[in-house]
Write a protein that binds this ligand. Structure first.
Ligand code: NAD
Ligand code: 9W4
Length: 480
């Protein structure tokens, strides 16, 4: 059994310097260490993580260790690993299975390695991002049961038996890699998944997609262990959507283009949380900003914030920059791009890759593509005008920059730590959000770093507004 697999363990010293530099930017995690560390609330807990192996995640891992946990890690994306951060963690003796540019086969191998402790057994707790570790356990148990029920047919073994008994037709490369690792786990122990599922006390899930999968499993009565939806904590979603994008949109655009934003006309498609952050950031960079919306409430909010509200169509001859933030499809069509002003920059920070019609742009009659550098393409149309497309229409803050700042990730990951402690304490049933008191605790742990001093309610004031002196301070339906 190998202890870790990273790109190059010699990158550990660089990784350590990056981690040390980032620690003060993640005050929530550092405060969590100081406040809860001495009690070792996660003592004895085996935690498996499936979450982008970045510098920020390294600080999450080391926080979980300070809380007493025994940790193993894999990335939840084949491209997102910071190899130096991965090496630094592996060098401390914490098993990491992640490198930038994994194949899908390697990805599922890494996931299984991170799920398998030296005694062959699985974790007590999972930190998941996108739900792949949770999927592995759930699909694996289905396969284990199918194999047991179909025992009679001894001729078929491993992946072939699983495919036959589960009625799986043509599998994608991704599915094939998943089921191959499930077959490998069952080869090591025919009861591996039932034992693993029985041991797991819960999962905390980071993203919308993963949370959606959890609620679906719960609705079908198939959820094997309790789950905490970290995504919908106020201190996760507001940071990830508004404050994170407010910083990382401009970062992505500037790294890609070095363009002067002041005085330019910027158009933001969608004025939800991400759109609000983007529109504000562009205005603060002295752009003239116009937004589009389908929802009258968000459109009116934009008006009240002093933004013009209009349509993409009407802005084609006005804007120098388009940013999509809607989470929807076909927001900027190839026809739109064919009509834009010369030198317009087009990028997306919302839905992974469907907001801008990239495939249709590439196939547009007479269009010529020039790659300026990775993630920056110029498309020149027959009439001679050009547009610049960033990150091939995928998330510009990840494709052209390094995502959110550490402070934003600190807010998300402090939720993860509190969720893990809650699950390890026991008593969670089904899928829950983190109780508001803990959401408030995440915020509280970040205040000192920004020099904020809270006012304390008097008993009379607390009674008057009907809340406990120590919180929670708002009802669950309150919108921040
Ligand atoms: P949201 O629902 O708050 O906002 C989206 C807005 O787009 C809504 O107000 C909706 O009315 C509007 N909209 C939908 N269709 C539209 C259309 N055709 N034209 C104009 N407006 C339209 O969602 P959000 O939290 O702002 O997230 C948006 C997207 O950003 C999601 O896909 C989310 O996953 C993604 N996201 C990206 C990052 C990142 O780092 N890149 C971070 C957080 C979220
Ligand atoms: N990163 C990522 C990086 C490169 C990359 C196909 C080739 C998300 C959240 C956090 O997804 C992340 N390259 C890709 S996809 C891709 C994705 N491709 C696509 O063609 C190039 C990612 C969370 N986060 C921050 O935001 C900051 N620190 C964090 O941990 C990280 C990475």
């Amino acid at each position: 059994m190998i202890k870790y697999k990273v790109k190059d363990i010699k990158l550990a010293e660089l990784g350590r310097r990056l981690i040390e530099t980032e620690e003060p930017e993640m005050p929530g995690l550092m405060e969590t260490r100081r406040k809860y560390g001495p009690r070792k609330p996660l003592k004895g807990a085996r935690i498996m993580g499936s979450l982008h192996m970045t510098v920020e995640t390294a600080i999450l891992i080391e926080t979980l260790k300070v809380l007493g946990a025994d940790v193993r890690w894999a990335s939840c994306n084949i491209f997102s690993t910071n190899d130096a951060a991965a090496a630094a963690i592996a060098a401390t003796g914490t098993p990491v299975f992640a490198w930038k540019g994994e194949t899908v086969e390697e990805y599922w191998w890494c996931t299984r390695e991170a799920l398998t402790w030296p005694d062959g057994q699985g974790p007590d707790l999972i930190v998941d991002d996108g739900g792949d570790a949770t999927l592995f356990i759930h699909k694996g148990l289905e396969c284990e049961k199918a194999l047991k029920a179909g025992k009679a047919n001894k001729a078929l073994k491993g992946l072939k038996a699983i495919k036959a008994l589960m009625g799986l037709g043509d599998l994608s490369a991704e599915e094939n890699a998943l089921y191959t690792e499930i077959a490998n786990a069952l080869k090591s122990d025919p009861d591996w998944f039932s034992k693993a599922a029985a041991r797991i006390k819960g999962v905390s899930e980071e993203t919308t997609t993963g949370v959606h999968r959890l609620y679906q499993l719960e609705a079908k009565g198939e959820l094997l262990f309790p789950a905490v939806n970290v995504n919908d904590s106020v201190t996760k979603s507001k940071f990830d959507n508004i404050y994170g994008c407010r910083e990382s949109l401009i970062d992505g655009i500037k790294r890609a283009t070095d363009v002067m934003l002041a005085g330019k006309n910027a158009f933001v498609c969608g004025y939800g949380d991400v759109g609000k952050g983007c529109a504000e950031a562009l205005r603060e960079n002295h752009c003239r900003v116009r937004v589009s919306e389908v929802d009258p409430i968000c459109a009116l909010q934009a008006c009240m914030a002093g933004f013009d509200v209009g349509t993409v169509q009407d802005a084609l001859k006005w804007a120098n920059l388009f940013v999509t933030t809607t989470g929807n499809v076909d927001i900027i069509t190839a026809e739109d791009m064919a009509k834009m002003r010369d030198q317009t920059i087009v990028c997306n920070i919302g839905h992974f890759d469907d907001e801008i019609q990239v495939a249709r742009l590439m196939a547009w009659p007479g269009v010529r593509r020039t790659t300026i550098k990775p993630q920056v393409d110029r498309f020149t149309f027959k009439d001679g005008h050009s547009i610049y497309l960033l990150a091939e229409g995928r998330l510009v803050n990840l494709g052209c920059a390094t995502g959110h700042p550490g402070f934003v990730m600190s807010s998300s990951f402090t939720n993860q730590c509190l969720a893990q402690m809650l699950l390890w304490e026991g008593g969670v049933k089904g899928v829950i959000r983190l109780p508001k008191k803990l959401d408030e605790e995440v915020a509280r742990l970040h205040l000192a770093a920004r020099g904020a001093k809270l006012t304390r309610l008097t008993k009379r004031q607390a009674d008057y507004i009907g809340v406990p002196v120590a919180g929670p301070f708002k009802p669950d339906y309150y919108r921040y």
